[in-house]
Write a protein that binds this ligand. Structure first.
Ligand SMILES: Cc1ncc(C[n+]2csc(CCOP(=O)(O)OP(=O)(O)O)c2C)c(N)n1
Length: 569
């Protein structure tokens, strides 16, 4: 292809088109004006004008999570760029592929404290997989190519490309590179010689547990995971990002474990003699007190990121590589090992787990309660959507954990939440991104009144785009999760957690031009849910007044052993 002369800004637009980008989330400003000007001429790129750059980043995450593609967001220099930071950090913690593009002041002004100057590559260094400040327009196309490659390969994550204004205006002979050569970055598959060792451990285990994390989703390895789990016929537990990695209504699945996991799931992990961790990272919310975590368990840890192996829990057999490639090989090795030697009888272990399940189910009691319980809302929504046949997004707090506990996720990419960073305000933006990425799917947000108020201005974006997202605010008029900790660990000293002065969400929806509904009693709930689900013409906000003091149980207090759970009684 002959090279074409154009500006850096036009070249960027061509790069994004070449990457197959469809949606970009952002807000223009002085230092990114040339790029927005070039965008004006693009027939392929659709820009979503958000009302806050944090939303741009979270929407890109929601899009990426729902589609498996790279999410893209734009911000101008200074405050535009710094507003992206929370979303970038969120994507980093949850390994979400994202390319953030920022305009910066002209190269000659960098380092002079120029108007709206921020050292965004410096600021985002620890929260990106990599970032670049483009100092020569001839490097731009290669940099963008590398940025997309780094974001989506290996362990995915966010990257940032900062482009000074003069570079956007400079002329270049454009050519988009076909290949990427980054010295020192080789996330390609290599042989894994320890598969046989892992298979020997699996074959010999009497009390195995499979532990699934968000890596299954990133690798799109659900089918491979299913085949492995069925072969093992062992209990399966997941992290919050592992939800949907294996069908949660499957008899082997014990759902989420950890701080708010089922008692039976935590017991299974604690009493296991072998944990097979697939695309998971043993973070403190799932292990509880590390020194007492699964004391008798050996560990097979398969992850794409070698830095995660033995970071917190020592792997007896580490396996490094892409789950989708490596797991079928492990499955075959295990199948062979099962054929060669009889495995220990799994009956007693399965019986024990089943007994825990029956003795310690997740439970709540709506009958006799004057107020709606949040768990009731989650279960009703699940039933009304044909057993969770939709995408769910959440905010952060008690409502998020109720959703994680009671929403049985059977398909991958259906439960979208902020796990690692725990970012309030995630729900609405993630819903916007997910709905754009999967326009024919139903998208439901389960949000908290506190979380919703952190990004609610972007109702305007959802209304503009007529997105039929439905946000159910489980409104307890509290920063509920913090209130829960204050009740349990700070002697009911509710310092700065009541949100009694919250706005009238129905009027707020009206002000933004979308449907607002409210349910105060159990009787009102079902008709309101039906009406919300039937509403196709733009977004709908539902203010569900829930019991204010309801707490999430079971709970492993921070720093306690995983089997040291407290519950409501
Ligand atoms: C941006 C941000 N600030 C503060 C926190 C700390 N925090 C965790 S949960 C929570 C309360 C959430 O309240 P709400 O969204 O109403 O949900 P609820 O717990 O009541 O369901 C807070 C303040 C956070 N996670 N994120």
């Amino acid at each position: 292809m002959p090279k074409e002369k154009m500006t850096g800004a036009q070249a960027l637009v061509r790069c994004l088109e070449a990457e197959g980008v469809d949606y970009i989330f952002g807000i223009p400003g002085g230092a990114i004006l040339p790029i927005y000007d070039a965008l004006f001429d693009s027939k392929k790129l659709k820009h979503v004008l958000v009302r806050h750059e944090q939303v741009a980043a979270h929407a890109a995450e929601g899009y990426a999570h729902a589609t498996g593609r790279v999410g893209v967001c734009f911000g101008t220099s200074g405050p535009g760029a710094t507003n992206l930071v929370t979303g970038i950090a969120d994507a980093y913690m949850d390994s979400v592929p994202m390319v953030a593009i920022t305009g910066n002041v002209a190269s000659t002004l960098i380092g002079t404290d120029a108007f709206q100057e921020a050292d965004i590559t410096g600021i985002t260094m620890p929260i990106t997989k990599h970032n670049w400040l483009v100092t020569d327009v001839r490097d731009l196309a290669r940099t963008v190519k590398e940025a997309f490659y780094v974001a989506r390969t290996g362990r995915p994550g966010p990257v940032l490309v900062d482009i000074p204004k003069d570079i956007q205006n400079a002329e270049v002979d454009f050519e988009y590179p076909e290949a990427v050569h980054i010295p020192g970055y080789l996330p390609t598959q290599r042989e894994e010689p320890r598969l046989k060792d892992a298979a020997v451990l699996v074959r010999g285990a009497s009390r195995p547990v499979v532990y699934l994390g968000g890596g299954v989703r990133h690798a799109d390895a659900h089918k491979e995971v299913f085949a492995f789990c069925e072969l093992l016929d062992a209990p399966v537990v997941t992290t919050v990002h592992g939800k949907g990695a294996f069908p949660e209504t499957h008899p082997l699945c014990l759902g989420m474990f950890g701080m708010h996991g089922g008692r039976y799931a935590n017991y299974a992990v604690q009493h296991s003699d072998l944990i097979i961790a697939l695309g998971a990272r043993f973070d403190d919310r799932v292990t509880g007190k590390l020194a007492t975590f699964a004391p008798e368990a050996k560990v097979v840890h398969l992850d794409i990121d070698p830095a995660e192996i033995s970071k917190l829990v020592t792997a007896t057999v580490p396996l490094v590589g892409n789950l989708k490639v490596l797991l079928p090989q492990l499955t075959e090795a295990v199948r062979k090992a099962f054929a060669e030697h009889r495995r220990p009888d799994q009956g007693p272990w399965k019986k024990r787990v089943q007994e825990w399940r029956e003795k310690f189910p997740l439970k709540y009691r709506q009958e006799g309660q004057k107020h709606i319980l949040p768990q009731t809302v989650v279960e009703l929504l699940w039933r009304k959507t044909g057993g969770g046949k939709c995408i769910v997004t959440t905010g952060v707090g008690e409502h998020q954990m109720f959703a994680a506990q009671y929403w049985k996720t059977n398909q991958p990419r259906q439960f979208i939440t902020s796990g690692g960073l725990g970012t309030m305000g995630f729900c609405l933006p993630a819903s916007i991104g997910a709905q754009l990425g999967r326009p024919t799917d139903l998208v439901i947000g389960i949000d908290g009144d506190g979380s919703f108020q952190m990004t609610l201005q972007d109702l305007a974006t959802a209304v503009d785009l007529k997105l039929p997202i439905k946000i159910f605010i489980l409104n307890n008029l509290f920063l509920g999760m913090v209130r829960q900790w204050q009740e349990l660990f700070y002697e009911n000293r509710f310092s700065e957690t009541p949100l009694t002065d919250c706005p009238d969400f129905v009027k707020l929806a009206d002000a933004y031009g979308c449907l607002g509904l409210r349910a105060r009693t159990v009787d009102e709930l079902e008709p309101v849910v039906d009406r919300a689900l039937a509403h196709k013409d733009g977004p709908c906000i539902v203010d569900v007044r829930v019991r204010r003091q309801e707490k999430v149980f079971p709970m492993v207090p921070a720093g306690a052993p995983l089997n040291d759970m407290i519950d409501g009684e």
